[in-house]
Design a protein around this ligand. Structure first.
Ligand code: AMP
Length: 286
């Protein structure tokens, strides 16, 4: 039997769609229904296990699955020895403590003697211990944000991304315990054969991530503006410059990072670039 890489992904929940989309962009296709626990993929020697988010760290820890796509927050909470191999840039959130709006909150000591509702008791306890706070932790599985309103708790400790849920429930964020995003985690029990497959998959993931973070940029410019334009462009190598049919004009091509995108476009316009085109990149082999 040829080795298959066994990967655990969420059975349902926020991470599932983006995880499967990333795999698809890496050439891994999952054809069968997601209601099955175990599914073989095509396009890569891989078996997918669809599992409950909170159970995944244990499965990977025990080596039942070789790797998983999980939120960093889940791995920290479950305190399992999994190694992170690659952050994936989606499902970005933070674990924060929030209190009812208008609470006079001079600092973390306010939490002394209070009741805090959370689905992340271990991470919260670590934070409280570090800050010498004695508080009562109420572990609840979901809808943590309503706990203060129904008199169950004085504060909550929950995941926040936009802050909208806190706002809607009249809560204010006071402490950030950790920041998290989805990442690939690997089991310490992975076999050398599966590890070799993982390395191939990581190469594909990196190409997809690099493509997502970069854009292909094309523009026309008068030749006298070329030295300034080339100076502005932080391309992978030096930009490609090709003459246009119109005398005295060239077309400039390069790759720029998403982060610096608008700043660079403004500078290019100022020095005379015209007809600027921005094209998404499908894959970027580094
Ligand atoms: P779920 O199974 O849908 O509860 O998925 C939860 C995972 O999604 C968490 O462990 C986080 O890694 C991630 N996540 C990202 N943003 C948020 C958010 N605002 N609220 C809850 N989970 C989030």
């Amino acid at each position: 039997m040829p080795t298959m890489l066994k990967i655990a992904v969420q059975k349902s929940g926020r991470l599932q769609e983006d995880s499967l989309e990333m795999l698809r962009e890496c050439g891994v296709r999952v054809d069968t229904g997601r209601d099955q626990l175990k599914v073989s993929a095509s396009g890569f020697p891989m078996e997918l296990f669809f599992l409950r988010n909170s159970d995944i760290p244990q499965y990977v820890h025990d080596g039942v699955a070789d790797v998983a796509i999980l939120g960093q927050n889940t791995v920290i909470e479950k305190e399992k020895d999994l190694d992170e191999v690659l952050p994936l840039g989606f499902a970005k959130c933070r674990l924060s403590i929030a209190v009812p709006k208008g609470t006079v909150y001079p600092g973390v000591d306010w939490l002394n003697g209070k009741r805090i509702a959370t689905s992340y008791p271990n991470t919260l306890q670590t934070f409280l211990t570090k800050n010498n706070i004695q508080a009562e932790i109420h572990e609840i599985a979901g809808s943590v944000e309503i706990a203060p309103n129904i008199g169950l708790a004085d504060a909550i400790c929950d995941l926040v991304s936009s802050g909208n849920t806190l706002f809607m429930n009249g809560l204010e964020e006071k402490e950030v315990l950790l920041k998290s995003e989805a990442a690939i985690f690997v089991s310490r029990r992975i076999s050398p054969e599966a590890r070799a497959l993982l390395d191939k998959l990581i190469f594909r993931f990196k190409s997809v991530l690099a493509a997502r973070n970069n854009k292909y940029l094309l523009m026309n410019a008068p030749n006298e503006a070329l030295p300034e334009i080339i100076n502005i462009l932080p391309g992978m190598k030096s930009p490609t410059v090709v003459p246009l049919a119109a005398p005295g004009w060239s077309s400039v091509h390069t790759v720029i990072s998403e982060d610096r995108f608008w700043e660079i476009i403004d500078q290019l316009k100022e020095v005379g670039a015209q007809g600027i085109l921005i094209i998404p990149i499908q894959k970027m082999i580094l």
